[in-house]
Design a protein around this ligand. Structure first.
Ligand code: PRE
Length: 383
């Protein structure tokens, strides 16, 4: 035992010395980022937040980590850890350059909150909003520096209220980054067993993402939609506190993120009830500018075409003819004319790439054609 204690004391002393070095290096990095911030001060063309630079830093470090020599008893540090550590360091440097306020669909603890803090770290200030429209409003009015909004789920599809905000041509908002977040849903309830649950409450997206599990385990329960998963938990807790006669909180369950355990009295009954275990939601970071090229980018567009045969085909061929990959296409009613649509598309490449710029120019020059670039941003990997 004394031998072990001695060994541990030596190793811990060495760790303390490395931590001191790390802290000095982080402080040195922050001073350099501070100088970058001073150089940018007052220039409208040089935003403080540069997603393309952040993406290049992280991609370079991940590649370095992948090829770093590891001995037989030294395992590779997982990519997620490198990503998380550097996101936090860069977030702290960015906040020192310029205070950041990030708007998201609240309350605290939602998946949007997780996506926002993954991107900006714990140094930023977060502004929970009661609707997606409010997230856009806060960013547009400059009360928030950036916003984070869900755009699509890999299995449930588009988050249409977000698309509708982008379809609003009056909005002066750009997409500057994407965040892909792994999503796990859990069932919380005061009920004793599944047989005692009559009502399941959540945001419509989680209800859809757990449809199969619900059909199998709670086929007779009524589904109630709330503005967010955390709001659903609050509603059940409020009903309990007020001994509500209208909502039988004892027979109610909520589907939502694990963070509910810290924000509600609701006990966790069942973990990971999502139908697909690689369930992932994609979020956009919105702001007043998009991102310069990072070497691996996507561009999001909203387009409309004249209602005539072959119109959609000709739109798509503007990209296909130039070998530009189309990674998503979605239609939404234009809400201006009956059966008229706008199309949302994500393409590979940056709007500054010659081929992308040509395709965009070709579509906008077509009679009745309209195209708006919502933004170019670095491609991200699921986390
Ligand atoms: O390189 C910059 O432009 C910086 O502002 C520095 C830095 C960083 O910490 O590395 C900080 C924030 C930006 O989003 C990108 C990078």
């Amino acid at each position: 035992m004394a031998e072990l204690e001695k060994k541990l004391a030596i190793l811990r002393q060495a760790i303390d010395a490395v931590d001191d070095e790390l802290l000095e290096l982080i402080r040195k990095r922050a001073r350099l980022a501070g100088q970058v911030g001073e150089a940018k001060q007052g220039s409208v063309d040089a935003p403080f937040y540069v997603p393309s630079r952040e993406a290049s830093i992280i991609r370079r470090l991940l590649a370095r980590n992948a090829t770093a020599a590891t001995s037989a008893h030294e395992s590779k540090i997982p990519d997620e850890a490198i990503h998380g550590i550097y996101r936090e360091i860069i977030g702290a440097c960015l906040a020192l350059e310029h205070p950041m306020t990030i708007a998201y669909l609240g309350p605290e603890g939602t998946f949007s909150h997780s996506a926002a803090s993954r991107q900006f770290g714990s140094t930023a200030k977060y502004l929970p909003c009661s609707s997606l429209a409010q997230v856009f409003d806060e960013v547009e009015a400059g009360r928030a520096t950036y916003g984070v909004v869900p755009v699509e789920n890999a299995f449930e599809g588009a988050v249409t209220p977000t698309l509708d905000q982008f379809a609003d041509m009056e909005r002066d908002i750009f997409i500057c980054a994407e965040v892909q977040l792994s999503i796990h849903h859990h069932l919380f309830t005061y009920a004793e067993s599944l047989a005692d649950i009559d009502v399941v409450m959540s945001h419509p997206q989680p209800l859809g993402q757990c449809r199969g599990w619900l059909a199998e385990h709670l086929p007779n329960a009524q589904m109630l939609e709330a503005s967010s998963t955390i709001r659903a938990a609050q509603i059940v807790d409020e009903a309990k506190a007020a001994a509500s006669p209208t909502l039988d909180w004892q027979r109610c369950a909520v589907i939502g993120p694990y963070s509910i355990v810290d924000r509600s009295g609701l006990p966790l009954m069942q973990r990971n009830i999502e139908d697909f275990h690689d369930n992932t939601t994609r979020f956009f970071v919105i702001g007043q500018h998009d991102s310069p090229p990072s070497g691996e980018d996507k561009t999001s567009l909203v387009m409309s075409i004249r209602d005539e045969p072959g119109a959609l085909h000709s739109l798509i061929s503007s990209f296909a003819d130039r070998h530009i990959g189309l990674t998503r296409i979605e239609s939404r009613p234009s809400k201006k004319k009956l059966w008229e649509y706008v199309f949302f598309a994500d393409i590979q490449g940056h709007r500054d790439d010659a081929a992308v710029a040509e395709a965009i120019a070709e579509i906008s020059s077509r009679p009745g054609g309209f195209i708006k670039v919502l933004g170019s941003y670095p491609v991200s990997k699921p986390l």
